[in-house]
Design a protein around this ligand. Sequence first.
Ligand code: BTN
Length: 251
Amino acid sequence: IPHLHTQQFGKEIRYEFQTTSTQIAAHQWAKEGAKEGALVVAEEQRSGRGRLGRSWHSPPHTGIWMSLILRPKIPLAHAPHMTLLASIGVSKGIQRVTGLPIQIKWPNDLLINGKKVCGILCELRGEQDRIHYLVTGIGINVNTMETDLPPELKPIATSLAMELGSSVHRASLIAVILEELELIYTQYLAEGFSVVRTEWEKAAGMLGQMIKARTTQGELSGKALSLNENGALLLQTEQGVVPIYSAEIEW
Ligand code: BTN
């Protein structure tokens, strides 16, 4: 990766031409003792995974499919902070390089004009109150063309190249994203969740809007208010303010 100005993030990289999922490779590497900031990058994933058990379309050479290993010394209950933090870092990186307006959809989808351009998947291993390590998976449709998208994704997905009308150099984008991620991560460890909350609330496209949240307990509608200290989304419903910890959001 050229021009990488980070202390730790991406200093050690495993590059795979083809893999099942960079998440699987990163978990394996973390168990073998990978250091904080170690990164797995793949040109193609055969079974890329998304949130909520879904698969992630990861064709060769057009996207950024990568997983970052982190070892934050924070309580297990604060793990959701890392998801929000990751979406801020990635969104800032993309904006710095492309100038495109990125919206963050809670908890961690990045959208351009309402279409998904990036998904983030944080998986952790821990016990009791300790996090052993965290694998932050980042999937960005970079140089994907409309014709590369499977029909079911066409109405809901986009890519940086489709929005810009020109292609983007993936390694340079990775460098900038790693810088932004390291910056917000370091700030978060030093100052706590308030930095993340402020940045997230600035970048979220949904605060103040009426949204629908599909949770495992059913569907809830209300106005998106803000985040609480655990990173849950606060929803003003007819029954009062409800924190949402995990859901599918629509607005
Ligand atoms: C989502 O929006 O559901 C999250 C998608 C996360 C995709 C990335 S691509 C790199 C890493 N490896 C995977 O298998 N998934 C994540």
